[in-house]
Write a protein that binds this ligand. Structure first.
Ligand SMILES: [Zn+2]
Length: 632
């Protein structure tokens, strides 16, 4: 959903910092056929996801006799998949280093197509009130955390979900500064809602960010006030953004340190690549890591709207890439390898521009055709959500990006927002084709979330080749909202199945830190559409479940396609990057059914398999053929 890097503003000073020391050399050892050490990942069961179709993959998975058991790698790329003795022959006289997979299942490494990298990493040190179930418990947890901090330091974090609080009143109650001021009067407190669309501040924080009772609402945002006109401490959408920008940023060292730890966690979960949707604060942290050999996985870096001018100035084009390492300390602009450069390896790739068209369901700011339900006694105007950018403004923003050779990723949750974005993409199709021709590369456009789509518009994703960038965990986290907010049941809701059936490209991710990054939990959500505990009665629209095969493909090759990297990562075909994982559960094979077809003997058999997948343990993760994580 919506996360802003805490130093989202790009001052001139920051821009210069970003220019620092970024010359790099091209690794010439990647020449195809060059002699080098081969590595054989042997004694596994390999699902390469490289078959010409799902049916071919099914035939392979069903083959009882001699499934592919090994992957031969050279210079970071897959040479071949097959039996170990065959591949040892293939390596010939070249030295072979062997890794024993101990019978585990091998899959392509997962790519998280929508991750807020620096925000997710920073949650490591912030207060977490996701699990509390009342206002009192939230305030007590925050006060206890505040007591551990040095005097004057901000309390940040939060992740509160008042929809789950026991308030004796139900619905979408939102807290205010009152209890927070009593519990923590002496330092600023700023707490994000679970969807990062609403900020809850105490009085000290309101003062610190300069928001007063008479501060006018910004465009696209709201400073909530009580009956007497006093700011309650709740800021919605762009009002929250403004406050966030006035909050102190984590130092670059802290951010880089957090990201170093977070990468290790993501590798252990089976991720070998991420599409980072966070802004400049994240880019700076990645640059610092790259300068110190700290980039451990492949990154596609997206831009924020307020970075567009800067991006144009430095010649940022979607699909260009910079080196895994920064090797020059000088203050030169960083040279990039263009789209068709044979030395590209997909380590750090320039992505598109992220735009917003609406808010989120839980905050009742997703832009809908039908208004949100009102409760008895409420007499305010109907709430249709909040259009952050309408069709015409989107057309302007899209056109400007396209002129610079930059693709688009537009946040849209409500059906009306998705309608506007699809219209805007339709109106800019010619400009997009021109930009693709001028810059000689594909520009893949995406809609982020695509949670509620008008059924007749599902096919437009396929017709225009718009990637539906979706997060299966949102569906099962939203189960309670889907009850209380009752969107029109005719809408195609969390409709990855409909989109795939229509032929639309679908990419999966987590939207971390909104949801946990574990890709196996996402596969479970896509397979069941039921609560995380495995209760079948909680299923939201079982007809929209998909087989594990489709969910894994969306989380690997689908995510690669969304960034134009389908020729580099996402399958274990020869020539592809050797990004792979070994796990203890086979998501394609089950006793009572099949993870390829999604057909199971019973609901119990489906849940048994889906829960095993959810709980799968990653034992090994390799990026470019190097073991980046191994469970001991
Ligand atoms: Zn997001």
């Amino acid at each position: 959903m919506r996360i802003r890097g805490r130093s989202g503003r790009r001052s001139a000073g920051r821009a210069r910092l970003w220019f620092d020391g970024t010359m790099h050399t091209v690794d010439s050892s990647r020449t195809p056929g060059a002699p080098g050490i081969h590595r054989l990942f042997a004694n596994g069961r390999v699902h390469a996801f490289a078959g010409s179709s799902k049916v071919a993959e099914a035939a392979e998975a069903a083959e009882a006799g001699d499934p592919a058991e090994a992957v031969l790698v050279s210079d970071g790329r897959v040479v071949a998949v097959g039996s170990a003795h065959e591949l040892r022959d293939r390596a010939g006289a070249a030295p072979v280093d062997e890794v024993d997979l101990e019978g585990r299942i091998v899959l392509p490494g997962f790519v998280d197509a929508h991750l807020h990298a620096v925000s997710t990493a920073s949650t490591i040190s912030e207060v977490d009130i996701r699990q509390v179930r009342s206002l009192r418990a939230a305030v007590d947890t925050v006060a206890a955390h505040a007591a551990t901090l040095p005097p004057g330091e901000w309390v940040t974090g939060g992740r509160w979900d008042s929809n789950t609080w026991d308030m004796g009143r139900g619905g979408s109650y939102q807290p205010d500064r009152g209890l927070l001021d009593e519990a923590v009067p002496d330092r600023p407190v700023a707490l994000w809602s679970i969807d990062y669309h609403t900020l809850w501040l105490n009085g000290a924080a309101l003062e610190a960010v300069g928001i007063h009772d008479d501060t006018p609402n910004p465009v696209g945002g709201e400073i909530v006030r009580d009956g007497s006109g006093r700011a309650t401490g709740i800021l919605r959408e762009d009002a929250a953004t403004i406050a966030e920008r006035a909050m102190p940023a984590l130092s670059l060292d802290q951010r880089a340190q957090n990201m170093r730890m977070a990468q290790r966690k993501w590798l252990a979960e089976g991720l070998t690549g991420v599409h980072d949707i966070d802004g400049a604060a994240s880019q700076e942290a990645w640059d610092a890591l790259r300068a110190n050999d700290g980039l451990l996985m492949r990154v596609v870096k997206y831009l924020r709207l307020d970075e567009l001018e800067w991006a144009r100035a430095v010649g940022w084009r979607t699909g260009d890439q910079v080196g895994r390492r920064r090797t020059s300390p000088t203050g030169m602009p960083e040279p990039a390898l263009s789209w068709d450069d044979p030395a590209r390896d997909g380590w750090f790739v320039r992505g598109g521009l992220k735009l917003f068209s609406d808010g989120a369901l839980g905050s009742q700011t997703s832009y809908m055709t039908d208004p949100f339900p009102t409760r008895p006694g409420e007499d305010h105007l109907p709430n249709y959500g909040l259009p952050i950018a309408g069709e015409d403004l989107l057309v302007e923003q899209i056109t400007e990006a396209l002129q610079a050779g930059i693709s688009l990723a537009v946040h849209a949750i409500g059906d009306r927002a998705n309608h506007h974005v699809l219209r805007a993409f339709s109106r800019t199709r010619a400009a997009s084709r021109e930009a693709e021709a001028r810059y000689d590369r594909p520009l893949r456009h995406r809609i982020e979330h695509a949670q509620f789509v008008r059924p007749e518009e599902v096919r437009l994703f396929a017709q225009m080749g718009i990637v539906a960038s979706m997060q299966p965990r949102h569906c099962i986290s939203d189960l309670h909202l889907l009850d209380s907010l009752r969107p029109d049941p005719r809408l195609a809701a969390y409709a990855w199945k409909d989109l795939l059936a229509a032929g639309a490209p679908v990419a999966f991710g987590s939207d971390g830190p909104v949801e946990p990054t574990d890709p196996f939990a996402a596969i479970y959500a896509a397979m069941t559409r039921a609560d995380f505990g495995g209760d079948p009665s909680t299923t939201f629209e079982p007809g929209r479940r998909i087989p594990a095969w489709d969910a894994i493909a969306a989380h690997t090759s689908g995510a690669a396609y969304a960034a134009g990297l389908e020729g580099t990562v996402g399958t274990l075909a020869p020539g592809m990057a050797a990004d792979l994982i070994a796990v203890d559960v086979d998501p394609l094979r089950a006793d009572g059914g099949s993870g390829v077809t999604g057909e199971y003997a019973s609901e119990e058999a489906l849940f048994e398999h889906a829960e095993a997948v959810r709980d799968a343990t990653v034992h090994l993760t390799a990026v470019a053929g190097e073991v980046a994580f191994a469970r001991v």
